[in-house]
Write a protein that binds this ligand. Structure first.
Ligand code: FES
Ligand code: FES
Length: 159
């Protein structure tokens, strides 16, 4: 076991874990941040997406020792002062989920996209989020939600 101080959603969290343990396991099983979902566990679905220094990353493939060198944002960190982020709100308004299992990964990926490209075309949205799998097939609503968020006057936030 090694000791780490993880910078998660603006807080510094102390955790002991094997250096090679996945960030996904550490978040869910040691820090009780269960908004990040375990889908395939092998990099194929992006349900486990978090932001590392603002960039989408698959937490199932990221050792905690690597994540410890970055600023980590999980779905729990998007809400500010009890208010959903523009992307979260847009997903809600568009009903962009059925089971919701892919949603936190989708929302984080879309957040990173809109910080990079504030007003993406439909094709840019599809290309950027290509690796995020929705088994329920709600892709049209997800694209609509990202478009809606891109028109929001509120700033798309993420640490
Ligand atoms: S759980 Fe990480 S990519 Fe599927
Ligand atoms: S809403 Fe069920 S996997 Fe996307």
């Amino acid at each position: 076991m090694s000791d780490f101080v993880l910078k998660v959603n603006g807080a510094r969290l102390h955790v002991s874990a094997p250096a090679e343990e996945s960030l996904l396991s550490v978040l869910r099983d040691r820090l009780d941040l269960t908004g990040t979902k375990y889908g395939c566990g092998e990099g194929q679905c992006a349900a486990c997406t978090v932001l590392l220094d603002g960039k989408p990353a698959r937490s199932c493939l990221t050792p905690v020792s690597v994540a410890a060198k970055t600023h980590i944002t999980t779905i729990e960190g998007l809400e500010q002062n009890g208010k959903l982020s523009p992307v979260q709100q847009a997903f809600l308004n568009e009903g962009a989920f059925q089971c919701g299992y892919c949603t936190s990964g989708m929302v984080l990926c879309a957040t990173a996209l809109l910080r990079e490209i504030p007003h993406p075309t439909e094709q840019q949205i599809v290309t950027y989020m290509d690796g995020n799998i929705c088994r329920c097939g709600t892709y049209p609503r997800i694209v609509a939600a990202v478009q809606r968020a891109s028109q929001s006057p509120a700033k798309v936030g993420a640490q």
